[in-house]
Every structure is written in structure tokens, then in C-alpha cells.
Design a protein around this ligand. Sequence first.
Ligand code: BG6
Length: 461
Amino acid sequence: MKYQFPEGFWWGSASSAAQMEGASQEGGKGSNVWDYWYTQEPNVFYNGVGPQTVTDFYHRYEEDIKLMKEFGHNSFRTSISWSRLIPEGKGEINQEAVKFYNNVIDQLIANEIEPFMALFHFDMPWEMQKIGGFENRDVVEAYKDYAGACFKLFGDRVKYWFTFNEPIVPVEGGYLNQTHYPRKQDFKAAVQVTYNTMIAQAKAIEEYKKQHQSGKIGVILNLSPVYPRSDNPFDEEAAYIADLFHNRSFLDPSIKGEYPEKLIEIIKRYNLMPDIQPGDKELIRQNTIQILGVNYYSPRRVKAKETLPNPYSPITPEWFYDNYEMPGRKMNPYRGWEIYEKGIYDIMIRIRDEYGDIERYVSENGMGVENEDRFIKDGMVQDDYRIEFVKEHLKWLYRSIQEGCNVKGYHMWTFIDNWSWLNAFKNRYGFISLDLKTLKRTPKKSAYWFKEMTKNNGFEE
Ligand code: BG6
């Protein structure tokens, strides 16, 4: 069968500023939460590797962009580092950063690679975190000004903007499970930060429209379809609630301009309501997204709670459901995540049916592998498993397009193996492998496959 994708389909990969640029103390950059955290607790990072150098894109972007071109990219997503552009988070703009991002954008365009740009990928400037990060409405204002500066400086060439990448991840990591700064355990703060992030998004979109920019602005969400263990109503209710927390808390206000009633009801019942300011509701309603990025790795499977939560333990989303390890599910043996390719189709169909079929694309999908060097043969990582992974997801994506979904592209996570927060370089995701000592880039087998596939705008099988 032939999987021929529509003309003009976006092919490429994604990364982010903090994960690839390096030069974290160079070029006038201010610290972000990761730079700061590393100075405090280097050992919480896998093998003690911090954010200073990573893939060194800051110094090697010309070489890397050429490689992207060579390996079939017509688009690439990264992010602007807030703390590089505005070292203190608010105030003065760092001209060295302006020069760097201008060069990167121009270089991408010169290579016929469309830049897709996120404004925030988990990297809160430290000066902003010091005053509470998105718990504080002043930081929301600073983010809006930062976004406005980015549109003014780069909006003549960047036509695809994303307010946030996976905005729920720093909330869950920072306020529920301690994998992101400020590593608290506080559901009420988590709700406030979720809410304020949405206000920040709405303000950035409002600003984008005010500037009469000619591109599109949206958000990138990690959407995992939630499957109940069974059709027992208790399991179904558990799945409904998990979906409210993990998907709809950003999806609904971003696309529909309002929060789901049921989510508000739960938040109220548990006394978790955030501080809301006059005009907020209208702001969210008026400033919905124009394009959606969908990051998909794994499904979420849940079941009804088997024991009542301890009423004295801090409340978390897991008060409402238990995770379910479905017997026989297919696992990625090298990263420990479930692989369920049809999930990508289920998400796309749901957005078609429940969210007005908004223009969207797969903004991340990929397979992490620990100790990937064990698969080197003839000087190259023979990552047939990754080719298989991408192919199987693309088949389902193709089917969703055949069934009318407004899907415009596919970005793999990631191009060159990159640094991944506390996991540092533990799990490798790239088309290109990175030698951590020499920073040498070597294409993996999947890079050649991707090159061929994108040349044909699809594949046959
Ligand atoms: C994605 C994030 O969800 O997961 C990336 O957007 C991250 O920033 C990626 O690097 C992989 O995570 P991990 O923990 O497997 O390295």
C-alpha cells in the first residue's frame, strides 16, 4: 500500500533552546531554572550532565541546518530562550541574542526550512522564578512583553508561533512530582500556574493580533488519549477525569475559549480555585489558537481507584484514578514507555469531531533509547526500531488524513540526540547521534530512511 502524504506536508523534527543551544553562560544569556538548579544540585541530573554545552547548536547551527536540509527537512521547530533574549526576564533586550536568532532564522530560510518557533519550552528565566514564576501575575505580564518583542523582532520571517510547548509538563513536574523547578508538591499552586499559563497564552495571542502579524499562532500540547481499563462506568469515569486534568485543562480553553464545566466543578469542590481577575474570562474567550501542535508518545490507561485516597495526604490528580498497566501492551523495551500507534489516529479523529478540526500537525513523536551505542554496526546506529516506530505512526496518521483530518505535518523528536532535563542524555531520540566527548554528529540509519521518505512525500509498504 502507498502512503502518499498531501502536497506541501511539513516534514522535519523538533528540539528546544535549552536542549540544544548550549552556551548557557555565553552571549549575554541570563540563567534559567535549569542553569540555576544545576549549580545547586548537579547530581540530580543523569550522570551529572547539565545544560551548559548540550549539542552546542549555538556555535554549530550552520553545520546543523545544512544537515537538516540534507536529511529531508522542509521545516524545523525549536524555541527562543527567554533568558537569552531578555536575561532578567523583563527589561533590556540582549542584542547578541537578537543577532543569534536572526542568523538561525535566516539560515533556516536560506535552506528552505520553515522555522516553527515556540516561545517557551520549560525554561523559565531564573529572575522570574525567583518571584514565583507563573504563580505571579507580574511574570505573566513579563511573558507577554517577551512574546511581543519576539513577534516584533522575528515575525517578519517566522510564520508559525507557539506560545508554549507542553505547558502542563512544568506544572506537573514543578508542582506535583518534583521533576521540574521549583519541585513543590502543591495542587493548589499547580492549578494557579495552569490557569496563569493560560492567561499568559491569551495575552500573547492578543499581542500577536494587535501587531497585525501575518502568520499563525498556536500551542503545542502533549495529548495522550486516555483509555479506561473496561467499559465499567467507574473505569470510564476515571478515564473521563484523567482526560479533564491532563488533556482538556489546556485543550478546551486553547481551542474553545473556555474551561470544561466538570473540571471547574472538581476544582471548586476541592477548594482549589485559582485567583481570577476581572476580564480574564473574556480574554481567554477572545484569544484562542489558530494552529495546534500535537506531541504524542504514549497513551494513558487508567482504572477506577481501588482504595480510597488517604484524606490527610496532599491532593493530586491520582486521587481520582489509578494508572493501569494493561496486560500485553506493547512497550518500548529501551525507554519503558508504552507504544500504541493507533493513539495518534484517535487523537486526530477526536479533534476533528470535538474541536472543530483545527489546523494541526504532529509536533513531536519519537522513540527514546537508553545506551543506544549498543546498536552501532559499521560505524552507524542501526536503529531499525525507530524506522519501524515512525512508519507505524505515519500509517495511522495517513489514515486520519484520509478520513478528513486537517493534519499538515509531522515532526520527529528529535534531530540530533539532545539534552533532556533531569534525564540529560540518558534516552537518545535523534536521527543523528551525538558523541558527548567530541560533539561529532553521525547520522543513524533512520536519518537515511527519513531522507528517502520525505523525498517521495511518503512511502510504500
Ligand atoms: C517531550 C519533551 O515530552 O519528551 C522534550 O517535550 C523531552 O522536551 C522529551 O526531551 C523526551 O523526554 P525523555 O525524558 O525521554 O528524555
